[in-house]
Design a protein around this ligand. Sequence first.
Ligand code: PEP
Length: 259
Amino acid sequence: MRKPIVAGNWKLHGTRSSAASLALDIAKGIDSLDHVEIGVCPPFVHLADVEKLINTTPLWLGAQNVSEHESGAFTGEISAPMLSEFGCKYVIIGHSERRTLFAENNKTICAKIQTVHACGMTPILCIGETLSDRESNKTKSVILDQLNAVLHSSPAKVLEALVVAYEPVWAIGTGKTASPEEAQEVHQLIRERMGQFSHNITEHLRVLYGGSVNASNAAELFAMPDIDGGLIGGASLKREDFIKICKAAEAVGLERTKN
Ligand code: PEP
């Protein structure tokens, strides 16, 4: 049984006080949800405050990025051991904004996955095609290329611990969402490809959907058989909407316990 995950990616938003009140309101709003794992990924500078506020609640804490290095002369970087010390459980890796705006490549992404896993946290690997990839029928090959880079460079124990987020680049922050069927097709592909490495992965891998998920479309996306929750950007900053999204995932998680 795969328990859905909902992760809020706060990106470069919020003040110290708005981050604290958002975290507290979300923690209160999701208190009774037992069939979904919910977390927030604030900017680095808010991790310590948010950690103190949520560490007695079911909410987990995550980071939006990490250095591939554990320590050293890397000005401006934050390492996996540092994130772990601040209570992070998950780390988003390879978000399309990192790939396109900060030139992250598969080699860096693979190194980040290893360091996050080695520090006992769970990497959330983001993959997804651009609009021109989709329009030229390259979605499948782009997804497989991004996945293969990780599959060929990671030991089985790392792959078994991974969470994957399918985030079509054209859907991130645009208000355009993949239809449930379009998303399901790619999620199934991801599960099948990862499953070629171990049957254990097929059954347990959680594949999140990300790309303009909101309070109105979450339920139909999460209802698809290979979608195990969502990575939420814009809507994770709107407390009521984010809680509604979490409730949509809770309903799916509850249903899965019955089957
Ligand atoms: C994201 O940034 O990972 C994301 C999915 O953003 P949005 O929900 O705003 O499209």
